[in-house]
Write a protein of this length. Structure first.
Length: 306
């Protein structure tokens, strides 16, 4: 089946769905989190077929719909106008208009005011249809190396330190992997508060996911704080933190990795990183973190081998 034929079938199916009499449908359309190639055929055809697109930032979304040759009116729906704009959009839905809701990136309704519009639509008996696609939190999770059998999405933490620490304390005993979003301006403060409240847990930071400069940085809070203290955070960040259950298991392990690994194995790991382009200092830190060893032991082994 060719791509062109797939697009024709999708367009016909969406047209049939949108021709049903009665209240319209609210479509929740996922958009790429960076790479435009992650836009789905179904999302494109849905955006082409609806009467109106409600966007978190019309300037941002106009670039997207222009790229995919979509000619549908845009209207703004964001945190600052949701209380007045939500009822207006609901009224259009009730009169039979079909509306697609999009956020700046990813799934609408995740860490944005889309959840309010969905609630209004559901309460009014309006059909809500998700058009799945990219999501930064899950994209980072599957590549993190942390446990994926259970996780909790937290989103953005409060910007005020006292409120942020209170929120983190409420998560202290959550047994599964924690997923956060964070801005470059707040990242260092958040890492410092996480270290203070949760202790020096393992964490993974995904930066600029699906984009040209995509990067994953793994380590403990202390190591990540040190890194971003020396390297100014830039871009969009997803932060993943090991759950309380993983911390407890690590502490209860009867045989430590330090005892199980030979000096030669540790040195091989360091030298492999150096050969890949890392400097010696970073290679020592990364090896200690990935093998869960005291940095001092790794450092002494490297010095002795020189």
């Amino acid at each position: 089946m060719t791509r062109k034929y797939c697009l024709i079938i999708l367009a016909e199916n969406e047209a049939k769905r949108l021709s049903i009499d009665g209240p319209g449908t609210l479509y929740l359309c996922a958009t790429p989190i960076g790479n435009l190639g992650d836009m789905t055929f179904r999302a494109v055809e849905t955006l082409r077929s609806v009467d109106l697109i409600a966007a978190e930032d019309t300037r941002h979304s106009r670039k997207l719909i222009s790229h995919f040759d979509i000619h549908v009116p845009l209207t703004s729906y964001h945190e600052h106008n949701r209380r007045t704009k939500g009822p207006e959009l609901l009224e259009k839905l009730l009169t039979g208009k079909n509306i697609a809701l999009v956020s700046d990136a990813g799934l609408p309704g995740i860490s944005d005011p889309g959840e309010d519009l969905v609630r209004l639509a559901v309460e009014a008996g309006v059909r809500v249809t998700p058009i799945p696609g990219a999501n930064a939190a899950l994209t980072a999770l599957v590549a993190s190396g942390l446990a994926t059998d259970g996780f909790m999405f937290v989103g953005f933490l409060p910007k005020v330190s006292t409120a942020r620490r209170a929120k983190i304390r409420s998560l202290q005993n959550v047994p599964v992997t924690l997923l956060f979003y964070e801005s470059p301006h707040q990242l260092s403060k958040t890492l410092a508060d996480l270290l203070t409240v949760l202790g020096d847990r393992r964490a993974v930071i995904g930066r600029e996911l699906t984009k040209l400069h995509e990067e994953f940085r793994r380590g403990r809070f202390s190591e990540l704080s040190e890194w971003y203290g020396q390297n100014k955070p830039r871009g969009e960040f997803t932060l993943l933190v090991e759950g309380a259950a993983a911390v407890a298991t690590e502490h209860e392990s009867p045989i430590s990795k330090e005892a199980a690994l030979s000096d030669d194995q540790i040195l091989q790991a360091v030298n492999k990183l150096i050969a890949s382009g890392e400097n010696k200092k970073d290679a020592i830190k990364m090896t200690a973190s990935s093998l869960e060893l005291p940095r001092r032991r790794v450092y002494q082994l490297v010095i002795k081998s020189d």
